[in-house]
Structures are given as C-alpha cells and as structure tokens.
Design a protein. Structure first.
Length: 319
C-alpha cells in the first residue's frame, strides 16, 4: 500500500494532470519542490506512463465501439505483433490487456459503423487464426467518476462523454490547440504559443473556450496501476431485469460508490459496463454489493492487467 501523500497525489493528478506543482503541493500538504520531485520520481519509476487529454468524441461526430478480443496463438511474438498493430492504428484509442475474462479490450473511435467494420475486418484478416472477436459493444454514453477511494471520501463530481451531442463548431486555432493538447496533455501554454506563434494570453483564452464548450473535458494521467498496488475490474451487466426506477438507482449507486470509476451504457447482450478499482480489490467486492442491491442475474467479471494505450479520439480529427 502506498503512502497517504502518494494516494492524494494520484487522486489530484487523475483529476487534473495540468495542475501547477505549487497548487498540487498545497493539496497534498507538501512543498512545491517536494511535489515536483514526487512527480519526477513516479515518471522515472514508470508509475506515470503518460498524460492524456479527455476529449469528447461526440463533439466531433465520432462514435466509440468497445471490442473484446481473444488470442488463438499465445506466442509472445504473435501477441506483441497484434498489440503493436493496434497501437499504431489511429482509430484504436484505448487498449487494455486483460488477465481474466478476455485477452484484450479495445475501444475504436470512428465516424460510423461502416468505417469500424472495415478497420476491424482488415485487422482480423491480417491476423487470421491468431486472434478473434469475442464481443462487440457500441458505446452509448460513458459516465466517469473521481477515484474517491484514494481520499477516503465520496466525491460526487461526474464527467459524461459520448452520448447524443451536437457536433461542436471550432475555429482553426481552437482545433490546432486541441490537437496539440491531444498529442501532449502536459504541453505548457508558452510552448503552445511558440508552436502556433500566438500570444500566451490568446492560447489561455482559446483553451478555456474549448473547455467551456465541453470539447475538452479534462486532463488526466495514464498510471501503472500494478506499481501502485491498485486492482482494476470490469463488470459487464445485462440490465434487462431492472425496472426504469432501479436503472436510475443503479446510476446513482455507481456515482456514489468510492471504487466505481465509470458507468458505461452499451448496446448488446450486456448493456452496462461498470469499471471499479481499489487497493486489494477482489472481483467480488463491488459485484457483491451490486447484486445485493439490484436484481442482476447475468454478468461477467473481467480483470485488467495493463493499459497499453489511452486516448479518447483519433489524431485524424485534427488534420
């Protein structure tokens, strides 16, 4: 188990990875120098794997599709080739290797289903008899919650992406700023200003406009959760036996539960995905509470191993 200070730091950086070290130091009750040193130490130890900008795909007219794959050929060479291929595919924005349930969980972000079908078919043809589709779930909407378990209090903040959104209008300058932050969420305002040859105050104003339009929803960290002693679970649920009242109650339950970090509505035989994480979290912890509160008969528990890629939208939208 990590120290209370590291727990708080992980919480704060997950909430806002662009927080100034001076402000971070105040929140975790340490000096600016100490906060800066802690971040550098976590980077060097590969506890911090990267930074990401949370951008809502729906604001660009894109849809997201969750696909679970299983390997047929378990040789290290085959697995590495498959992962490398997916990592280099711009439309695959999220890749997680699983240790239980399925082998890979991937999120595709595409302009339409036809485009996804072509990309997925080409991938499967390229790795015929080496990998196959286990499940496909178009994503309707995703609710994201703070890591409340790290600060031992319930935080009711919520971020919603995907879903039914109007496509946002953006100026060319806004688009370029969003593209730079998508590529590097830790890029400083002065560096953006130099790249775009604009006044830093203009960059700050345009960045704020992107946030106000809810195109950019936040800035977070890609963590090596194993190094932090944190377990992550995915719980697929068939909610057909829930009444509309219980369905709303389940959403409130997820929002209030300290270990639940996201609640996603899907289309398919499982229509809900709950992601949970915590220190020494077992697969029964959250599921037991869910089943004691709600009539859940059909479910599947998956265990995450490592995050291999974590973006929210392809870079192509900024070209």
């Amino acid at each position: 188990m990590v120290s209370k200070k590291i727990r708080r730091l992980v919480y704060e950086l997950s909430q806002n990875s662009r927080i100034k070290t001076k402000d971070l130091g105040k929140k975790i009750k340490t000096s600016q120098q100490s906060a800066s040193y802690l971040i550098s130490s976590l980077k060097s130890r590969k506890v911090i794997l990267g930074y990401n900008t949370i951008i809502d795909p729906a604001k660009f007219g894109f849809i997201s599709i969750l696909v679970y794959y299983n390997f047929e050929d378990f040789s290290a060479r085959n697995i590495n080739e498959i992962i490398s291929f997916l990592k280099n595919n711009d439309s695959v924005v999220n890749i997680k290797q699983l240790s239980q349930g399925y082998d890979l969980a991937c999120v595709f972000c595409v302009p339409n289903l036809s485009n996804f079908n072509k990309i997925n078919r080409d991938f499967l043809q390229n790795f015929k008899k080496k990998v196959f589709v286990a499940e496909i779930f178009p994503i309707m909407v995703k609710h994201m919650y703070p890591k409340s378990y790290l600060v031992l209090r319930r935080c009711s903040d919520e971020m919603i992406i995907c879903g039914d959104r109007d496509v946002a209008e953006m100026s060319e300058r806004e688009k370029r700023i969003a593209g730079l932050l998508h590529k590097n969420a830790s890029l400083k305002i002065l560096d953006i200003a130099k790249k775009l040859k604009l006044n830093p105050k203009t960059i700050t104003k345009l960045k704020k406009r992107l946030e106000d339009k809810r195109i950019i929803r936040g800035y977070s960290i890609i963590w090596n959760y194993k190094s932090l002693g944190i377990n992550r679970k995915q719980i697929l649920i068939d909610s057909k036996d829930l009444s509309l009242k219980d369905d709303r109650k389940l959403l409130d339950f997820a929002k209030a539960h300290p270990n639940i970090t996201s609640f996603t509505r899907l289309i398919g035989k499982y229509d809900l995905l709950i992601e949970a994480e915590g220190e020494n979290l077992t697969q029964r912890d959250v599921l037991k509470e869910l089943r004691s509160e709600f009539e859940i008969k059909r479910f599947r528990v998956l265990e995450e191993d490592v995050i291999l890629k974590d973006k929210f939208i392809p870079s192509m939208v900024f070209n």
